[in-house]
Design a protein around this ligand. Structure first.
Ligand code: FDA
Length: 312
């Protein structure tokens, strides 16, 4: 009950420009965010990815930012990711990229957003790499699915996050399956009304499990079908691991995906049991909304921020 209220408050805080302005200049908040973020620069992400590579994990880079206000900003983001793909190739890293449509200008002009994404996917193809598209709050689901469908017609170097908390996701997944989609299954990180998203955690967990099994268990799935099991939930990881073993699911059909710095022991257990794992590394200076969403996922993390307040 208290956790549910804290989650709502933290998610509401994530959208406050006033708080963002102040919190990002505050030393103890900056120190707290470093638990989830190796640094603000691409170089910091590359250093962290080298560490992940050494322990056998792949990575995914994401430069934090969303809802850009001008086409120039969206262009800068696209240019940044083109450079990131080059730097990843030069470093020989098993690192992919993950982008938010609103960071590439979806709010401003869907056609320009599409062409920026298309450039990224084409460049990823040239570099033997792959582009993930994040899923943002529910009003963006239809336009994001539309972007993905058009891109997937042209290339198999693109995948999409789907949120298990949305009531609509089972139907969305079914309609995507004939395309041979790469899907990152996540629970969902935004504040959504009960008419749109299951309010009970048990229902979200069950839909996550069911939809993941739908993908993993499809022996006739077209080429390109891939599931990212993107959760830190040990119970789901274990249940899906059992399903994978029982059904003899091919190693190439799935990867686990977790966020940098979260549930390290669980990450290590997966690596030790030779399960494929990717760690998503976030960087950049626009970290406030993202960080608030991480706190909302585990309100106990607020205690960590408070500890840093007293340490300062
Ligand atoms: P859940 O929240 O039930 O947590 C399970 C356990 O994991 C907790 O009990 C706790 O121990 C631990 N844990 C979880 N979060 C933690 C945290 N922040 N700090 C410390 N411990 C934590 N969402 C979205 O809407 N769109 C997207 O595109 C993405 N993309 C994405 C990529 C990847 C690789 C991951 C791992 C996650 C996302 N998400 C996302 C976020 C996702 O929707 C969800 O909010 C978080 O993963 C938290 O949910 P869990 O599945 O981990 O389970």
């Amino acid at each position: 009950m208290i956790d549910a209220l804290a989650r709502k408050l933290l998610l509401a805080a994530s959208t406050s420009a006033w708080l963002r302005e102040r919190a990002t200049r505050t030393a103890f908040v900056r120190r707290s965010v470093s638990a989830f973020m190796p640094g603000e620069r691409l170089d910091d992400a590359i250093d962290a990815a080298l560490g992940e590579q050494a322990r056998g994990a792949g990575t995914i880079f994401t430069k934090l930012g969303e809802n850009v206000a001008t086409a120039e900003e969206a262009e800068q983001v696209a240019t940044h990711y083109l450079e990131a793909l080059d730097r990843i190739a030069a470093a020989g890293l098993p690192a992919q990229i993950s982008v938010k449509p609103t960071q590439l200008g979806l709010d401003l002009d869907p056609a320009s957003c599409f062409s920026r994404l298309e450039r990224l996917v084409e460049h990823a193809g040239r570099r033997g790499n792959f582009v993930w598209i994040d899923m943002e709050s529910s009003p963006y689901v239809d336009p994001t699915l539309a972007l993905f469908r058009r891109l997937r017609e042209r290339s198999d170097r693109v995948g999409l996050a789907l949120q298990a908390y949305l009531r609509r996701t089972a139907e969305d997944l079914e309609s995507l399956m004939p395309l041979g989609p790469a899907v990152r299954m996540v629970k969902g990180a935004y504040l959504e009304p009960a008419s749109v998203a299951f309010p009970r955690k048990a229902d979200v967990d069950e839909q996550f499990f069911r939809l993941s099994c739908r993908m993993l268990g499809d022996r006739n799935a077209p080429a390109g079908t891939l599931l990212h099991i993107a959760t830190h939930d040990g119970r789901l990881v274990q249940r899906l691991g059992a399903f994978i073993t029982e059904r003899g699911v091919d190693d190439g059909a799935y990867e686990y995906a977790m966020l940098y710095g979260i549930q390290r022991p669980l990450q290590q257990r997966l690596l030790s049991s030779r399960r494929p794992l990717r760690v998503l590394i976030a960087y950049g200076d626009y970290w406030f909304p993202w960080y608030m969403r991480r706190l909302a996922e585990r309100p106990a993390n607020v205690g960590f921020v408070v500890k840093n307040l007293f340490a300062s």
